[in-house]
Design a protein around this ligand. Structure first.
Ligand SMILES: Cc1ncc(C[n+]2csc(CCOP(=O)(O)OP(=O)(O)O)c2C)c(N)n1
Ligand code: SF4
Length: 279
């Protein structure tokens, strides 16, 4: 019997697997894990109705730390895995999580197309502006003047992506930003993202004390957005470009069509899906 059907109120602890995370002390990913599990508890989603798909990176380990269905995939391929799962199992709430490297370097092409397809997925990008797992290389969100003495001694000299702008230009229908230093605020954003029908993108600023210790300063700069969400893309892009990337809240939310062809309900029982592959 599932916990929910036994009428037990689920707390965030029910959504944790009990496996101890091996993240470094102070890693922002602990707070993102708390925010995701709090959001699931807020929505009282039955454990067996949720799946969390991730790629590879420190942040992508998160799938193992929750008790919902999980798939720790390959680097940069979390979104196509999740898209396939959602196509086959429309009834599941599908969350996707990973790092800025996973989602914007090797997985960048999948990111823009996932936004465009607008499938009902919640994508949480844990943005620490660095490749943590492989020991501190610059990522697509690293500022051009970040001097990593060993690898990029004079900075990359390459302009960084603004993930929210990229998501908007690519067609995402929900765009928000949260911060590991405010797990309750991040949980509320993730809950709203899950409830949104369509592709919801949440950029979770997540500190990496090991390779970006200067991000301890983020807590001085992060602030709440002064405005509520808009459904006007022109207004949204103006707000995103005018901002320094440190404002948190829901930036943009709009109802947009999803990639599901009319009359082609892609869901089905396992037996029905299996029968499609019978020779
Ligand atoms: C195909 C492939 N290429 C490269 C790697 C090496 N690799 C593992 S994690 C990673 C980047 C991790 O950075 P990010 O996604 O930002 O996550 P973080 O570790 O910072 O949470 C890379 C390049 C890999 N595992 N597979
Ligand atoms: S290297 Fe950075 S991102 Fe990876 S676990 Fe340590 S603090 Fe977290």
């Amino acid at each position: 019997m599932s916990l929910s059907s036994a009428n037990v109120a689920l707390t965030f602890k029910h959504y944790k697997s009990g496996t101890k995370p091996i993240w470094c002390p102070g890693c922002g990913d602990f707070a993102v894990l708390n925010a995701i599990t709090k959001a699931l508890a807020q929505l009282q989603l039955p454990l067996q109705d949720v799946a969390l798909i991730s790629g590879i990176g420190c942040s992508s380990r998160i799938a193992a730390y929750t008790s919902v269905y999980g798939f720790h995939g390959v680097h940069g391929r979390a979104l196509p895995l999740a898209t396939g799962l959602k196509a086959a199992r429309k009834d599941l709430t599908v969350l996707v999580a990973g790092g800025d490297g996973d989602g914007l370097s090797i997985g960048g092409n999948h990111f823009i197309h996932a936004c465009r397809r607008n499938k009902d997925l919640t994508y949480i990008m844990m943005d620490n502006e660095v490749y943590g797992m492989t020991k501190g290389q610059a990522s697509p969100t690293t500022a051009p003047d970040w001097e990593n003495s060993k690898l990029t001694p004079e900075g990359t000299g390459i302009r960084s992506f603004k993930p929210a702008a990229l998501a908007l230009a690519s067609g995402a229908s929900f765009i928000a930003r949260g911060f590991s230093g405010d797990p309750n605020g991040l949980a509320r954003i993730i809950a709203a993202a899950i409830e949104h029908k369509g592709f919801a993108f949440v950029q979770a600023l997540s500190v990496c004390p090991t390779y970006r210790p200067e991000h301890a300063e983020w807590k001085e700069h992060v602030r709440k957005l002064e405005t509520g969400p808009t459904d006007n893309p022109m207004l949204a892009i103006q707000r995103i470009v005018a901002d320094d990337g440190m404002s948190t809240g829901i930036i943009y939310q709009r109802e947009l069509p999803s990639l599901v062809r009319a009359g082609n309900d892609q869901s089905g029982t396992l037996a029905e899906i299996e029968s499609e592959f019978e020779l």
